[in-house]
Design a protein around this ligand. Structure first.
Ligand code: F6R
Length: 366
């Protein structure tokens, strides 16, 4: 059942080239000229006229929501708010009839997200679900939606569900943008071309698992880690930190790289690994100077960089290269080394990666 892998988590990490293809099959046309999402077509006017999109989720799904916010704002030009379901449901949120509420949940059973859906439905909003488990409670309580189609996720730490959630949100953002003409035809075709290349690029990164495993052995001493990223890679930093704390019990926090100097840099010493996602983007130079500030305080740098990178590599104790892609698709690649890093560190530490202490796969109580 683990397909020859020692743990479900590793199997699920390695399934991602296939699960991403499955998630995009029939949605991103292989001839490279079209994206379709049934849930969008049926509700086209609602999406085109939405005043605002609110995305509600918990945990890893909330991180996917953050990436979705960047993509929807960039391509669809609709304002987006991302909410923790547990907070949203107990505030007195202002919800309008022309708001769209997107609920993201792998299990489709998370109690707080289900309650957030009920609340928004009662307020008259249109509710769109992005879930993995077919026929679960959240999809049964939404008006429309889109399944991620990655198959059962058994490892408690979410991996393949996360990348598929990001893929669905990205497809949705591009599709709304194309219909609203906030995305040009040329940009649209280029996005589709790049989306189609993602599964094979993920497969490339997975070949580096052995290299990451070797490096993970030097990590057992660490009590604290910081993950940094900017733009589309900021939520990836949050996700990398969550993966590490869940399964290796090492305390980790994700920050937008530029926030370091507003406090967390005080923590940096030679004992503190700092994991920086520094792929090519228009903030690459800025991230580089954030890294220099950490180096100056003797922090140890582990970086995720774009293939061919020289500068950040030269500043790092260890780096993993990922293939080049468009900024909005970077999370689908940059998260892979972080999933592998958390996995290998946890294994080296002898932790039970599939069943970490105190955690349940679906949180059906609040
Ligand atoms: C992290 C993780 C959790 C879940 C969260 C939401 O690896 O698995 O943080 O993401 O409990 O679960 P779903 O997506 O099922 O609503």
């Amino acid at each position: 059942e683990k397909g020859g892998y020692p743990h479900f988590m590793l199997k699920e990490i390695f399934e991602q080239p296939h699960t991403l293809s499955d998630c995009m099959r029939g949605r991103v046309n292989v001839e490279g000229n079209n994206i379709t999402l049934a849930g969008f077509i049926d509700n086209r006017e609602k999406f085109l006229n939405a005043r605002r999109i609110i995305i509600t989720a918990c945990g890893t799904s909330w991180h996917a929501a953050q990436i979705g916010m960047y993509a929807i704002e960039e391509y669809a030009r609709i304002p987006v708010e991302v909410e923790y379901s547990s907070e949203f449901r107990y505030r007195k949120p202002v919800i309008h009839k022309d708001d769209i509420v997107i609920a993201i949940s792998q299990s489709g059973e998370t109690a707080d997200t289900l309650a957030a859906v009920e609340l928004a439905k009662n307020a008259g909003a249109f509710i769109f679900g992005i879930c993995n488990v077919v026929g679960s409670s959240i999809p049964r309580n939404t008006h429309s939606g889109c399944y991620t189609h990655v198959g059962p996720e058994i490892g408690v730490a979410s991996t393949k569900a996360f990348t598929a959630q990001v893929a669905v949100l990205t497809m949705l953002a591009i599709l709304i943008g194309k219909e609203k003409r906030t995305v040009s035809r040329e940009e649209y075709l280029n996005l589709i071309r790049e989306l189609n290349l993602i599964p094979e690029k993920v497969a490339e990164i997975l070949k580096k698992s052995g290299q990451i495993e070797q490096y993970a052995k030097t990590f057992t001493y660490a009590g604290n880690c910081i993950y940094l990223g900017r733009g589309y890679n900021f939520p990836v930093a949050l996700e990398g930190a969550l993966k590490l704390k869940e399964i290796s019990y090492i305390h980790a926090e994700g920050y937008p790289a530029a926030e370091m100097k507003h406090g967390p840099i005080a923590l940096v010493s030679h004992e503190m690994p700092v994991i920086v996602i520094a792929t090519q983007s228009d903030t690459y130079e800025k991230v580089t100077s954030n890294i220099q500030e950490i180096k100056a305080r003797k922090g140890r740098i582990i970086s995720v960089v774009t293939e061919g990178d020289q500068v950040v590599r030269g500043l790092s104790d260890f780096s993993v290269e990922v293939p080049e892609t468009l900024p909005c698709l970077t999370p689908l690649l940059s998260v892979i080394p972080l999933q592998l890093l958390a996995y290998h560190i946890a294994v080296v530490k002898g932790c039970d990666v599939d069943q970490p202490r105190n955690l349940a796969k679906s949180v059906t109580v609040e």
